[in-house]
Design a protein around this ligand. Sequence first.
Ligand SMILES: [Zn+2]
Length: 620
Amino acid sequence: MKKIFFYLLVISLLYAGCKKTVEVSAPIPPPSQISISPTSGATNAEITITGKNLTGATAVSFGGSPAASFTVLSATTITAKVGTGASGDVKVTTPTGTASIAGFKYLLPPPTIASVSPQNGTTNSTISITGTNFTGATAVTFGGVQATSFTVINETTITAVVGNGASGDIVVTTASGSAKIAGFTYQLPVATITSVNQKNGTANLTVILTGTNFTGATAVSFGGQPAASFTVANATTIYAEIGTGKSGDITVTTPAGLATYPGFVYFNPVVTTCKLQNTVNDNVVIGFSNRALRPATSGIVKIGVIFVDFNDAVATKTPKEIFDAHISPVAEDFYQSVSYGKLKIEFEPAFQWYRMSKAAASYVPFNTFAAHKTYIQEAISLANANVDFSKYSSVLVVNDPKNSPSDIGPAFQSNHPGNSIPVDGASIHNGVTSGRDMAFWPKGLWFCHEFGHNLGLPDLYAFTTPYHKYVGEFGLMGTQGGKSPEPFGWERWILGWINDNQVVCQGNVGNGAVTLTPIESVGGVKILTIPIDNKATIVVESRRGIGFDKNLIKEGPLVYLVDASIRTGNGPLKVLPLNEADQTKYQATMSIAQTITYQGISITYTAKTENGDVITFEKK
Ligand SMILES: [Zn+2]
């Protein structure tokens, strides 16, 4: 009996023990089937994770970055806060395993701005912005105006360069939003004058100022005297016309303050003593004189063109072939260029050959006024049925240079109306007739020389040998075949292409300095003139290898003597230093530091600048 009870007890205990062992060792399955809501969030956003077997979770991560915290609500639900997360998988780890789900998107938090330094600035100032969550910033504005540039130094610091800003908020924008801070003050930028095209001038001459922040300029002055007028072309360029100035600073006033440029020299306006009056009773003169019968030197000047041949000297080409080969459009271009756009000559060619009535040789030579006039008068008569001559300031009579009766093609000017050619109710006072030499000179320039006589300019070559002793190859009236055919500045002044305010006139004893802009370019001070007496003057101009002077041998100032009492062909204008043996004058332009002295007047070449030649001068 006792033995049976013992066995029953053992079996009972075994049974109980077996049952207890089974309950303790049964494993919890690993977590699975998780999902997340919402699927994106920034740091500290709460994400709900649902799934199976989440009990006892030991870790939650977002994109590999641990959650800031999490709470296991049940075996099927965890709430977790995003840490300094990243996009990627969300993972839940329990003692028995890990479950993951892809597709979590980490959102950067919106930025905040704590402070800026400094709190004011102008265009191109650098401003440091301190705050949070700047990573990936896409824009920075000052008062609503985009920064010129900005750099995200790190998550909490941006440096930004102010653009053409305005006062107001500073705003930083990232993909997650914008932050702003009030109180930025935009200061208008201060103007500067960095250069001027010339540091000297007189009333009504236009000076070009180059600098910065000119926009909104309210005043320009020269030596403290207001400019006569000025135009702000853009933020870096002002065109200012000198008023009744003084020497001193050039200033530009803008809302931000005053910009100054030192060293402006004001010249008194040209005095009449510098305008040498012609004392020669010719129709071509180097002085200022009455040019009543000469063509206008500005505006549109129309020139009638007649083509003639002879029974015994028949033309070999068409009129148009000859016109295109020897005259146009070089002649038009030349006068447009050397007059700085003031004179526009327009040819009106009657493209047919008119046959003259007599043998060719009977018309030449053209060396008397009467013979020349007779020839032109017959050509006009032949064409008159087809042409209205009343609109022409000059008439050009062309024959075939291969079959011309004349060696040379001279100009015709009458000196009083009684000597002119009456036609169509008007009078022709000026003409040019061609000869064989039209084909000898560079295209167009034969006519330009002769038409220069129509305009009243004298011959600058010598009528006696050596022929080029006076001006060499300078100036069209010296030779049509020279390296530098652009007219002298003095010639342009007497024709009105250079204005009085482009001339510096040193009438009295004294000294000074002047920058002369190249005679071949538009604008600026063009000549310095220092009279010797009431007939003669020293003139200085700057020559450059540009325009029709493109073949100029040596750039620099050219000094010459003008004498209004000397007749055409006798040296009314002579290049200095005088050297009759030098028939080219290629080296006559001055070298730096060279001084030319004539009759107590000294000219020194001080410097060559981008804008011209700087000259110092003294009159004793
Ligand atoms: Zn001539």
